[in-house]
Design a protein around this ligand. Structure first.
Ligand code: 5GP
Length: 198
């Protein structure tokens, strides 16, 4: 199953996703391509595939993305290759923005849509500042975008309020675990159990 996890920059999505991946087996992370400069804490190929604008635009022209968007002035996209290779088995988490989530939905890709909300605006601003990875202009831009993005929460299946990280982790894990129990997802397993009853 694909899990599309969306939320404004600074809402704690990355920490949340990292913790969930440490706790649950068979959950993988979809590594996006981006033209945004790499932050000191990030690793190419692990956090993102960092590429130049011409290469990104070539990939758009060749229709190599399932979704892509301009976010805070940089390109971000999920490659078809990433979904085909990692999404075929087990669960795959996509950390993407609202525009990307809408594209996944309109392409009729089967997915569970989760929106992460910070507890309040002041907290989001504080987190972005405390993170110390972006300058004041970039932080302002991200806060302006956040005001626009949160209006779309109702398009999502689940909303997690990231007030306490432990609680939010538990909630995202519950979403993933419950989707694994869905009858249609369990079909192969169920058939083999039923066979043993014959
Ligand atoms: P950041 O620069 O903070 O890593 O990410 C900025 C925003 O871009 C976040 O909201 C993140 O979810 C989003 N993002 C990351 N990868 C992708 C992607 O592949 N597609 C889209 N549409 N958004 C992405």
């Amino acid at each position: 199953m694909l899990f599309v996890v969306t939320g404004p920059s600074g809402c704690g999505k990355s920490s949340l996703i990292h913790q969930v991946m440490r706790d649950l087996r068979n959950v993988r992370f979809s590594v996006s391509h981006t033209t945004r400069p790499r932050r000191p804490s990030e690793q190419d190929g692990r956090d993102y595939h960092f590429i130049g604008r011409p290469e990104f635009e070539r990939m758009i022209a060749k229709k190599q993305f399932v979704e892509w968007a301009l976010v805070h002035g940089h390109y971000y996209g999920t490659s078809k290759k990433e979904i085909e290779e990692k999404g075929a088995i087990g669960d795959l988490i996509l950390d993407i923005d609202v525009q990307g989530a809408r594209q996944i939905k309109s392409n009729l890709l089967r997915a569970v849509f989760v929106f992460i909300l910070p507890p309040k605006y002041e907290e989001l601003r504080k987190r972005l500042r405390d993170r110390g990875e972006d300058g004041p202009d970039i932080i302002d831009r991200r806060l302006r975008n956040a005001k626009r993005e949160i209006r779309y929460y109702a398009d999502f299946d689940y909303v997690i309020i990231n007030n306490k990280l432990d609680r939010a982790v538990l909630e995202l894990e519950s979403v993933i675990l419950s989707s694994r129990c869905r009858t249609d997802v369990r079909n192969a397993e169920i058939r083999s159990i039923l066979k043993s009853f014959k």
